[in-house]
Ligand binder design. Sequence first.
Ligand code: TXA
Ligand code: MG
Length: 330
Amino acid sequence: MRTAPTTEILGPGEATVGEAARCLAAGGLVAFPTETVYGLGADATNPAAIARLYQAKGRPLFNPLISHVADLAQARRIGRFDAQATALAEAFWPGPLTLALPKTAHCEVAELATAGLDTVAIRVPAHRVAQAILRAFGKPVVAPSANLSGHVSPTTAAHVMSDLAGRIDLIVDGGPVEVGVESSIVGCFETPMLLRPGGLPREEIERVLGCKLTQPPADAGDDDGQPLAPGMLVSHYAPRSMVRLNAERIEAGEALLAFGAAAVPGADKAAAVLNLSASGDLNEAAANLFGYLRALDTKQAKGIAVVPVPAHGLGEAINDRLRRAAAARE
Ligand code: TXA
Ligand code: MG
């Protein structure tokens, strides 16, 4: 049994890329940077490796994984692309977009990774290190965010280490990520559907499609049955502290997660203050979001109060993650 591995952390050089590919081929678990968040990779064709991955994260088995490949040609081996999916892939890959598509007849991704669905979620990440590992490995790599299930997603190698040390084999440290929220997921069904808002703004996706994205049904986040985006659990991305949204003033002892230049009443009595973007830049805010939630979580505050964040562009994904961070826990 391969329990309790020693987790090694390596810089992103060529030797590391080879080491990562060998580790994946041997059924190992390798955390690596993508431009959105750090992913925890396993060989998508190896059910034993995937089972270990679910176990390392404490992830429920009904929540399927995204298969990462190096380019569209590799993606076509596992997913069936219609005209709209092709247009999206050509416009945005490599990049922060995942497409959920019908599997091909000869799709090599293990059933365990797709949780028994007849669709597969595919992403071509842009990050140089992710690209190098995928090319060296040559097969699809399933990679959920490299955090314990339900916790805040990791945007640095140190975040991965703090959640998963002793549970995975290797962490490739490529520095802090650029985008900071996970990929947008589009279901390429009869009418394309935004299953998860993410690092590619809805507006850009709709511009290429020439139509509006539909919304998943309101119950798509329930964890019973077989929802469309099974991983969109209501409570997710959660720090340990309670999170209070749309705060207009700060209670004494709360930590403040601010946005923009406006003064927040009570901020002088806050246990700690971090500003997602003092200049009101939503891209900067997305890049800071998960790291700041983790940092404020260490401040022994009464809770984390978050000021309103605009909903356009990356603001849709930021607000989605904040709502899940604030949702009541079981
Ligand atoms: O940016 C990202 O997407 C990161 C990096 C590492 O690539 N990955 C990531 O994976 O966020 P994860 O496992 O944390 O989220 C994957 C989401 C889950 O909500 C899951 O339910 C959904 O993708 N998903 C996977 N396969 C699906 C499918 N066939 N249909 C619909 N949703 C699917
Ligand atoms: Mg995740």
